[in-house]
Ligand binder design. Structure first.
Ligand code: CUA
Length: 164
């Protein structure tokens, strides 16, 4: 059997396309192509987060001073509040200082976004999101859950107070 050389070219092109599509999908789902979640903080047991039994800063979430130039904030997201952050318990941090937010969830998927900044991550139960930032401007910033998490999602928010 003889295949026309013109036909061979098109067969090759079609094969290349198919392989290309598969490679793109694989890269996007399994590889680093689309990384929507910051999981640099490692894994954690959400049940232990809920019961305050992780042996980490999440057992007593809040602001922890490491030294003069670095603070760590442990935040637990749960239906439908941030601890700390929501209600009359705002996250209070100093300006002009390196602050690392360590965020995890005690139940379902949430979002963690601080208005007027590029601090924004999904919060997935079982994973810890680590985000380090520095606030130049003192003031009050909004804290928003931007991932639908249930009936009270629209009311899930809080505030971050950056003090001079
Ligand atoms: Cu938590 Cu939406």
């Amino acid at each position: 059997m003889q295949v026309h050389s013109f036909e061979k070219v098109w067969l090759g092109a079609a094969l290349l396309l198919i392989v290309g599509f598969i490679a793109t999908v694989t890269y996007g789902t399994a590889g680093a192509g689309v990384k929507m979640v910051d999981d640099s903080g490692g894994e954690i047991d959400p049940e232990a987060v809920k019961s305050g039994d992780t042996g980490t800063g999440f057992d007593d979430p809040g602001v922890v001073r490491q030294n003069d130039s670095h603070y760590v904030v442990y935040v637990v997201a749960q239906q439908f509040q941030f601890v700390p952050g929501s209600g009359d318990n705002p996250i209070r941090i100093p300006a002009d200082t390196r602050v690392t937010f360590r965020v995890t969830s005690a139940d379902v998927m949430h979002g963690f976004s601080i208005t007027e900044t590029n601090i924004n991550t999904m919060v997935i139960p079982g994973q810890v999101a680590d985000i380090t930032a520095k606030f130049d401007e003192p003031g009050t910033y909004g804290l928003v859950c931007h991932e639908y998490c249930g009936a009270g999602h629209h009311a899930m928010g809080g505030s971050v107070e950056v003090v001079p």
